[in-house]
Write a protein that binds this ligand. Structure first.
Ligand code: NVA
Length: 366
């Protein structure tokens, strides 16, 4: 039987990966954790329902571009099985009028070594999203005797999990930034909640963003679950909507990270990188001044790249400044037309989840 699942970081040679699908994607109805994350001036405020079919088809076409690039380079690509996401859901603790999507996989699945763990997401609309990946997990479980198939403790997501009326519509950008700096987020600490895309894996160290989608209790939970790892809580006071680390702080290879210049990692959190001779470089400006229509994310998806190995990176095709910077940093750049998949939850890194990268668990910060 083969070894199918293993990955310790985001830069070792990629051999197998999951790429999401846009089918049946929904703009979810408002719920306690989501409204805080929709920018005040977004055209999506107050809107919900199935996304327009032509955008779904175009998003899927973009994902097929990525699949082709990966397969042409010998990477095995697995795909989720979408559900009918516009169904209402309920548990003993809550009801929600709809689910969302199976894009992006990076928010749901966390691969650490031979374990893939489904996250403890704070959005009620994402509570059952893991089901789209279960057919793949079954296959890995059957074929790889070392594969650890795990589900993090499921948060109950009752009203106790959220601060109510945390933001009102009129909150200014300055107030948002003050709250980020004060680490005052919409979730409470009654249970661990986290999105996998807040976790940056670097061998024996996990850097986890504390923000709107991951709380302090999650850091505590990670440190207890992985006592042999060092868990570092990081936060980026320049980000008024701190969700997911991968448009903010992105490693390209051992010793090199690009950091969103509007969201610098503050001292003393930089110390561990500096003490170990890592270079933190300001990411190039995005090529666009606005995200595409019906998109939750910022223009900084420009830096949300997929590293194939320490010398090769896939960058979105229109992000010419980011491509040029990567080239200067010594990377071979492969452009991929993916911008119309952004509205479904993100860029190249978001749209994927690691299954297998060569390499082992190393200590990069001894
Ligand atoms: N908070 C991020 C999302 C990253 C995938 C941004 O929109 O910049």
């Amino acid at each position: 039987m083969a070894k199918i699942v293993s990955s310790w970081n985001d830069w070792d040679p990629l051999k197998r990966v999951i790429v999401g699908r846009c089918d049946n994607s929904v703009i979810p109805p408002e719920e306690p954790a989501t409204s805080e994350k929709v920018p005040v001036d977004s055209e999506m405020r107050g809107m919900w329902g199935l996304r327009p079919l032509e955008t779904v088809e175009r998003g899927n076409e973009c994902l097929e571009n990525l699949v082709k690039i990966l397969e042409d380079r010998g990477v095995v690509v697995d795909r989720p099985t979408p559900l009918q996401w516009n169904q209402a859901i309920g548990t003993p603790d809550f009801r929600n009028d709809s689910m969302m999507t199976c894009m992006p996989p990076r928010d749901i699945l966390l691969t650490i070594g031979n374990e893939i763990m489904a996250a403890a997401n704070s959005f009620r609309c994402r509570y059952f999203e893991y089901l789209a990946y279960w057919p793949l997990m079954e296959m890995y479980f059957e074929q790889d005797p070392d594969f650890k198939w795990t589900q993090a403790p499921r948060p109950r997501l009752t009203d106790r999990s959220y601060k109510h009326n945390y933001y009102d519509e009129k909150i200014s950008l300055e107030e948002r930034l003050e709250r980020t700096a004060a680490k005052d987020f919409v979730t409470t600490e009654v249970e661990p909640m986290w999105d996998a895309a807040d976790v940056m894996r670097m061998g024996k160290d996990l850097f986890i963003q504390h923000g709107l989608t991951t709380n302090r209790a999650a850091m505590d939970w990670f440190q207890r679950y992985y006592p042999e790892f060092r868990v570092h809580a990081v936060n980026f006071p320049g980000d008024p909507y701190p969700i997911h680390i991968d448009a903010t702080f992105v490693p390209l290879r051992p010793g090199l990270i690009i950091n969103n210049p509007h969201r610098p990692l503050p001292e003393p959190q930089r110390a561990i990188f500096e003490a170990n001779d890592w270079q933190i470089v300001e990411a190039a400006d995005p090529a666009h001044t606005e995200p595409p229509a019906l998109c939750y994310s910022s223009v900084w998806l420009s830096m949300n790249c997929l590293v194939l190995d320490p010398k090769t990176v896939i960058v979105e095709a229109s992000e010419v400044h980011q491509q040029e910077q990567m080239d200067k940093l010594g990377m071979n750049v492969i452009p991929c037309d993916l911008r119309d998949a952004y509205p479904f939850g993100g860029g190249l890194h978001c749209s994927t989840a690691d299954v297998y990268r060569e390499g082992e668990c190393l200590d990069y910060f001894p």
